[in-house]
Design a protein around this ligand. Structure first.
Ligand code: AMP
Length: 470
């Protein structure tokens, strides 16, 4: 059951009279983390009220839905998953009325031992509704005898391996949890209500706090469970690991540039990747242009480092969705054309360096190089602000299986020929870590997961990679 290719964003707010509306805005600012379904569960007079739907946040939530949700607390979720999983039953937050408490659960990440846990639970009588890995936690909780949710969670979480940033709500508390590796981001802040009262907020990314006027305080620590209830705030470390495994791809592509992720500005980091790329792969050219929007910050960095002027050589239609997520190759190809328009006035007779954040299948780059040539460019030098993508992600980023990753089969020169560029250059893995290291004195290689680039998966994969090895 391929339920592991999911990308998500989570949000939670405790003690605010406009909980549902703020949750909706928080999700809206994290729409880039998942465009397939959205949902909010509120706590209203001790009961859970939920609204979930397929589509974008702005389509799923109407004014009447938000009025009905009401509540003093809310958790929310946006989700994207690959083919066959576009089911309302998989939309989150998941809800269940367990023996001791009602539970609502929003999860970002992927649990790599889900197949094994799922069959164990089925054997013991659990009836699963959907195909997503998150449901496992509901069943583990339902089989736990304790009426203490924190204790039940502590016992259940140690059975999970992989990536989980969770926001959970019962009838009397909201809980934020991050797996001991810290794969996915999860941050905590507060929103002022008046001089003496404030609401607690948690989110995948700090950009959600910016929108709702909340102050970012800190990350939830890897292996930390933080909860808030009528008595106040509490925190405990439920599992400790020396090594971290923050997803490097959050900094390369996934997070919004205006977020602070793993303690670093995403925008500043991407610019640094561009600068490093310029140092490593310099070439004589007239212009540096980004693939919008994914290559923008890195292109600025490349231009600043190389002294080659920055131009917007390709204009993006802002109203077209992500080409990557279209289900068939034919639609994906079409998608690139309707999304990006190269400007002949800028590109004609120019030697152009075009920069993107990553190259996965090679489809996008191939189209873009061809469009730039059609617009009259004399030379096209493709530069990628990350290393060659050689491995799928099993921890919550939707990368295709290994056989579709062009760099898993071909050399940089061969990929350059495939995309039709005069030259192709990637950021080196060493360069990538050099940037992360210079960003912060505390960072070492063991703080990040870069398995998509170096194939070093920090956890056992429980056979998830078997179908991918071909
Ligand atoms: P490809 O055509 O497969 O080489 O796709 C590369 C393009 O997809 C780049 O422009 C990236 O910005 C973008 N990209 C990389 N990873 C993802 C992802 N997980 N979801 C959506 N787009 C992505």
């Amino acid at each position: 059951m391929k339920s592991w290719k999911e990308e998500c964003g989570v949000f939670g707010i405790w003690n605010h009279p406009e909980a549902a509306r703020l949750a909706c805005l928080g999700l809206y600012s994290m729409q880039h983390r998942g465009q397939e379904s959205a949902g909010i569960v509120t706590l209203k007079e001790g009961e859970h009220i939920h609204h979930k739907g397929i589509g974008l946040v702005s389509d799923v939530f109407r004014e009447a839905d938000l009025a009905r949700l009401g509540g003093q607390a809310a958790i929310g979720h946006v989700r994207y998953s690959t083919t066959g999983q576009n089911l309302l039953t998989n939309a989150q937050p998941l809800t269940a009325d367990l023996y001791h408490w009602p539970i609502a659960l929003a999860h970002n990440g992927n649990i790599v031992n889900h197949d094994m846990l799922r069959s164990d639970l089925k054997e013991r009588g659990s009836i699963f509704q959907g195909t997503n890995d998150t449901e496992i936690l509901l069943h583990l909780l339902s089989q736990h005898r304790s009426s203490d949710l924190v204790a039940a969670l502590t016992d259940s979480l140690v059975k999970l391996e992989g990536a989980y940033s969770l926001v959970i709500m019962s009838n009397d508390k909201m809980i934020a949890i991050r797996d001991p590796w810290g794969f996915r981001p999860l941050v905590i802040g507060r929103k002022k209500i008046d001089e003496t009262t404030w609401a607690r907020v948690v989110a995948s990314e700090t950009c959600a706090f910016d929108l709702i006027g909340a102050q970012f305080e800190r990350e939830i620590e890897p292996g930390e469970m933080f909860w808030v209830d009528e008595k106040g705030e509490h925190s405990k470390i439920f599992s400790h690991r020396e090594r971290r495994a923050h997803c490097i791809f959050e900094h390369i592509y996934f997070s919004r540039p205006d977020s602070i992720v793993f303690g670093e500005s995403v925008y500043a980091t991407r610019k640094q990747f561009g600068r490093q790329l310029a140092r490593e792969t310099s070439v004589e050219a007239d212009l540096v242009i980004p693939v919008p929007d994914s290559g923008l910050p890195a292109s600025i960095g490349y231009s600043q480092e190389s002294g080659i002027p920055f131009e917007l050589g390709i204009i993006k239609n802002q109203y077209v969705g992500r080409t990557f997520i279209q289900p068939t190759q034919a639609i994906r190809d079409f998608g690139v054309k309707i999304k990006l328009n190269p400007q002949t006035a800028v590109l004609k007779d120019k030697k152009v360096i075009v920069i993107d954040d990553s190259l996965v299948r090679g489809t996008t780059s191939r189209k873009i190089v061809s469009l730039i040539r059609q617009a009259g460019a004399k030379e096209v030098h493709m530069r990628i602000a990350s290393p060659p993508t050689v491995g799928p992600c099993y921890y919550g980023v939707d990368t295709p299986q290994k056989s579709q990753l062009i760099a898993s089969k071909y050399s940089v020169e061969e990929i350059g020929q495939y995309v039709g560029a005069d030259t192709l250059g990637y950021l080196s893995i060493e360069g990538l870590f050099q940037v992360m290291q210079s960003n912060s004195k505390t960072i070492t290689k063991s703080k990040y997961c870069a398995a998509c680039f170096d194939g070093k998966y920090p956890t056992d994969l429980f056979g998830l990679d078997e179908g991918d090895a071909k």
